[in-house]
Design a protein around this ligand. Structure first.
Ligand code: GAP
Length: 447
């Protein structure tokens, strides 16, 4: 079925609320702009994404260590990183209606600051100010006094926590270059044009890895990381034709980057970045060495050589990846004259692995189903449902992306087998009750 793109996003947002994936922050107060909360199913989905990333980046490798640095950091960090001076967007204000826009907002007609410029909201002419730079970092104060000297920032990326701990991790883990440090954590950006649900928000989570390499080997590592990261996205079960690379041209490169490629996904609102792979050269360690006065170079014994490592970064948004998975998985099908909404999630990512149902609430079926449910739930997140027609119970689980529906029916009473229904094909097979947990285990653990 072909759907208009905006309709698809509206349907996804509505499903996310209905089934408990994502809610608007502070909804009973009217919501908070571009901040979202993850409900019972959403938190499981995002946790599965993050666990999968951690397994691939940290547990499955010998050359990457994990880290969990604090959100608040010394303010000098953000001077060294270039964020105080450079993490800005040019903005214009309308003196008439008091609205604020990015200077490059395509809805603005004319040149801001000039009499011909027209406000895209109130339509007034000549009321738009000259562009002014606006820093995207959230500021707060540390300690009891709200003064300039007490300003600290909510980190706009997790990467800096890794750079300032580079020596600590190197020395404590006894790693040698090349090696990496991985971190998952919250980041905050006072985005001027957030939107598209959880795609661009003001509070989000990043999954970042910084790989420290010998200068001269950076291009080679960059290519390797590009390949590994694209493979990771493909292994989430995303439609391969909806993934592609975007190479940053010289005008797009961030101040720290020598080369950058984005993994892009074709969302209902167009192709957009979900992860960036950056060759950052020695920019970061060089700047932190300069600003902190602490030597950050590395001595390579084998070559009897000292150098400042180069960094290859992989930086993905956990929320963006979750949105990618949801958008890719959403589909509608016509089944016996009714619309069936399905989230065709990879079983390893599905928040609930199995729904357990007694066909009817009598003849000992609820007792058997409850005991089976407890059995299965010991190993996998599962859901027990005995209300309404069985078809409706299946549909609710289809919308939640639950890969298996397990029904205790009349036959179970005599031969101790249950019906296992596959979410995608809707095909059913009979499985011995005492084999059900293993049956699910074999199918959800797939990488
Ligand atoms: N350390 C490099 C860095 O932060 P970035 O391209 O600004 O690079 C990396 O961000 C990733 O973080 C993006 O690909 C995206 O997945 C996620 N991200 C960035 N800003 C975001 C926002 N406002 N909302 C949600 N995710 C965001």
């Amino acid at each position: 079925m072909v759907m208009a793109d905006t309709t698809l996003m509206d349907k996804l947002v509505s499903l996310c609320k209905r089934r408990g994936f994502v809610f608007q922050s502070s909804e009973i107060y009217g919501g908070l702009g571009s901040v979202w909360d993850y409900g019972p199913l959403g938190v499981e989905l995002k946790k599965n994404v993050k666990d999968r990333w951690w397994r691939a980046m940290v547990h499955a490798r010998d050359d990457i260590e994990g880290l969990d640095a604090a959100i608040l950091m010394h303010p000098r960090v953000w001077e060294a990183s270039g964020h105080v001076a450079g993490f800005t967007d040019p903005l214009v204000d309308c003196r008439q209606c008091k609205n604020r826009f990015r200077a490059d907002d395509p809805r603005i007609k004319g040149t801001p600051g000039q009499p011909d410029a027209q406000c895209p909201v109130c339509g007034s002419k000549g009321t738009l100010t000259e562009p002014r730079l606006f820093n995207l970092m959230f500021k707060t104060f540390m300690g009891p006094v709200e003064e300039q000297a007490a300003v600290v920032y909510l980190r706009p990326e997790t990467a800096q926590g890794i750079y300032v701990n580079y020596l600590n991790v190197l020395q404590s883990s006894r790693q040698k270059i090349p090696f990496g440090i991985a971190q998952i954590g919250k980041a905050f950006r006072n985005e001027i044009t957030p939107g598209n649900f959880i795609f661009r928000t003001r509070e989000f989570e990043q999954m970042e890895m910084q790989f420290f390499v010998k200068p001269g080997t950076d291009a080679e590592w960059f290519e390797r990381w590009r390949e590994w990261r694209m493979e990771w996205h493909r292994d989430l079960g995303l439609t391969p034709s909806r993934l592609r690379w975007h190479q940053h041209g010289p005008d797009e490169l961030a101040h720290y980057a020598r080369a950058a490629f984005d993994v892009e996904y074709e969302f209902p609102f167009g192709w957009q970045e979900i992860e960036g792979i950056h060759n950052r050269g020695d920019f970061d360690l060089g700047r932190h060495q300069e600003f902190s006065g602490k030597k950050l170079d590395y001595f390579e014994q084998a070559a009897n050589e000292r150098f400042l490592p180069y960094i290859v970064e992989t930086s993905a948004g956990a929320d963006r990846v979750a949105l990618t998975i949801l958008a890719d998985a959403y589909r509608e099908e016509q089944v016996e004259g009714e619309t069936r909404v399905v989230l065709g999630l990879h079983p390893a990512l599905a928040p609930i692995k199995a729904g357990v149902f007694p066909l009817v609430k009598k003849d000992g079926m609820p007792e058997l189903a409850t005991s089976l449910y407890h059995d299965v739930k010991r190993r996998f997140p599962s859901f027990y449902d005995d209300s309404g027609a069985i078809g409706r119970r299946y549909r609710r689980m289809d919308e939640a992306g639950t890969p298996f529906g397990i029904t205790v029916d009349g036959e179970t009473l005599t031969d101790r087998t249950v019906t296992v229904r596959q979410r995608d094909s809707m095909q059913q097979e009979r499985v011995a009750m005492d084999r059900v947990a293993d049956y699910i285990g074999e199918r959800v653990s797939g990488e």
